[in-house]
Design a protein around this ligand. Sequence first.
Ligand code: G4P
Ligand code: NA
Ligand code: NA
Length: 194
Amino acid sequence: MNFLEEVILKEGQALSDQVLKVDSFLNHQIDPQVMQKVGQEFARLYRSEGITKVLTIESSGIAPSVMAGLELGVPVVFARKRKSLTQNGDLLTAKVYSFTKEEENEISVSKKWLKAGEKVLVIDDFLAHGEAALGLANLVEEAGAEVAGFGIVIEKSFQSGREKLLKKGYRVESLARVASLSNGSITFTRNGQE
Ligand code: G4P
Ligand code: NA
Ligand code: NA
């Protein structure tokens, strides 16, 4: 079991067979030491890829992304879910469907912070159905930049996100892969096996 799986077993709670609560270190309160190790692991996995930028989405993707950006020595940009008052220049936008809210939202990043030629590591806290991840990849491609791969803190391997990203040819590195949340117990995939 890796360090993150140990933290998840200790701190996480299966709210249902679909939803994992991890608000003591990732989604509400943030554990900087856990985030630092997460960032170091993403940096180790992508160190040789010539990453020039980390891209994530507000809000829970920001903490692990900043730690990865610090380790890789590159800036971090987060896509917004709402337009900001000062975000008045040209925007890159993508539609993201939310399964839980059953609605489509538009995410955006200023063209100023994502440029053609960049090699982008896309990081998020959770990979579920992959809609947010695909939206982020669309922003990168709209900019004329390249997706080097994804760094996911917690993947729910029983949902379709990983499969969708692999099918598009993307590299996916998930630090913890949850196999099941059934009966209130959290289990992981073994050595990346299903
Ligand atoms: P879906 O694919 O499962 O339908 O999820 P959806 O895109 O609608 O995302 C809804 C929010 O729920 C996202 O965060 C996503 O990261 C998060 N999420 C999905 N599955 C889980 C889970 O099992 N546990 C937890 N804790 N979160 C999950 P968000 O609304 O963008 O919030 P935030 O980034 O501001 O925290
Ligand atoms: Na989230
Ligand atoms: Na997120």
